[in-house]
Ligand binder design. Structure first.
Ligand code: FE
Length: 353
């Protein structure tokens, strides 16, 4: 059977979504009866970031991968709605905060695999094996060249200083990347200290939060702020954008500063994968996870989206090499999920829109 491609579009009316869901599920379920050489994957990552690897996996193992792509939160909801009847064997999504939500929602199951445990550093996987990191990204500080000197910068904490009043661009608090960043501060500095920090940090915003990570870099380049916070792969994609020279120009106006190098290291996060609770092809699912974490796959997967491989000794892409090495925070990323609710409430109290 041919891999199924499916995209959840925001604009599809609910009934349409339900109809497509039913059709897709039936197609996958029907094929299960006749063919065990397959595995069903729900992926919140874009098809182009994963499909070539899945095709290689099929060539090597004879196992067909049925791919369903969609938005992260919609796919999690779908897994919850389908429950034990879900055709999905594997779930790929971004941010440890979301992977933790999936674990809490009981749509994942724990797996034990020596291969996975050896490939993925301990802090980049769930302690009980519910999810494993596939690629790593950092969320550093970007500063406007010529306006800010890197020696004025040091830590995330120091961005609460009055000297940054009206100079910081960052997206809204309902974004999981910011929730995870704040959760990491809570883990390291405690709740009270982080709340005090957040109040001052928010007071330094150049404007009310709006748009995505790329928009913060664009706003900085356009003179609306001097500092932007964004994930590294957005910066990489902007620098290498072949179609939109405006994005290249904006990205070139800023430079990366790696915060907290003298203490715990820069905040990082992952895209990751877990076996679903409902998995009917668990063995194949683990095989695919192990394949995604071999050195060749890691190199391709990380480079396809300007991310860092999670497996040690895998070569970085040229763009990442040009940013230099940095010390990354070794906090177990499951903590970001555990502290998510506290982080969200704290951001709300601090007035972070
Ligand atoms: Fe993203």
């Amino acid at each position: 059977m041919k891999p199924i491609q499916f995209k959840l579009l925001k604009t599809i009316p609910l009934l349409g979504i339900l109809m497509i869901m039913a059709a897709t599920s039936t197609a996958i379920a029907a094929s299960n009866k006749t063919d065990n050489k397959e595995v069903n994957l729900y992926s919140a990552r874009k098809e182009k970031l994963i499909k070539p690897l899945l095709e290689k996996f099929t060539q090597q193992t004879g196992i067909t991968v049925n791919l369903v792509t969609g938005k992260a939160d919609a796919l999690l909801k779908r897994l919850q709605t389908e429950g034990r009847n879900s055709p999905a064997d594997l779930f790929i999504t971004t941010d440890a905060g979301r992977l933790h939500r999936a674990k809490e929602a009981k749509v994942l199951q724990a797996v034990q695999s020596k291969v996975l445990e050896e490939a993925v550093p301990e802090h980049l996987r769930d302690p009980q094996g519910y999810w494993f990191g596939l690629s790593e990204r950092a969320r550093p500080i970007f500063y406007v060249k010529g306006k800010v000197s890197p020696d004025e910068l040091s830590t995330y904490e120091a961005l609460a200083d009055d000297k940054w009043k009206g100079r910081i661009c960052i997206r809204s608090s309902n974004n999981i990347y910011n929730q995870s960043l704040v959760a990491s501060l809570v883990a390291h500095d405690g709740l009270d200290k982080t709340e005090a920090w957040a109040r001052k940090f928010v007071a330094n915003f150049a404007k009310p939060p709006k748009g995505g990570d790329r928009d913060q870099i664009k706003a900085a380049a356009a003179g609306q702020c001097d500092i932007a916070i964004a994930n590294t792969y957005y910066y990489g994609a902007m620098l290498n954008n072949k179609k939109d020279t405006k994005q290249v120009k904006a990205a070139k106006a800023v430079a990366i500063f790696w915060p907290n190098q003298e203490d715990r290291g820069t905040h990082i996060n992952i895209s990751g994968v877990g076996v679903t609770h409902a998995a009917k092809h668990k063995e194949n699912a683990i095989k695919l996870m192990e394949f995604l974490l071999n050195k060749d796959s890691q190199k391709w997967y990380a480079q396809a989206n300007y991310e860092y491989p999670v497996v040690a000794g895998v070569e970085w892409g040229d763009t990442l090499k040009s940013w230099g090495k940095f010390k990354a925070d070794k906090l177990n990323l499951s903590k970001l999920g555990e502290l998510n609710t506290k982080a969200v409430k704290l951001m709300d109290r601090a007035g972070w829109k």
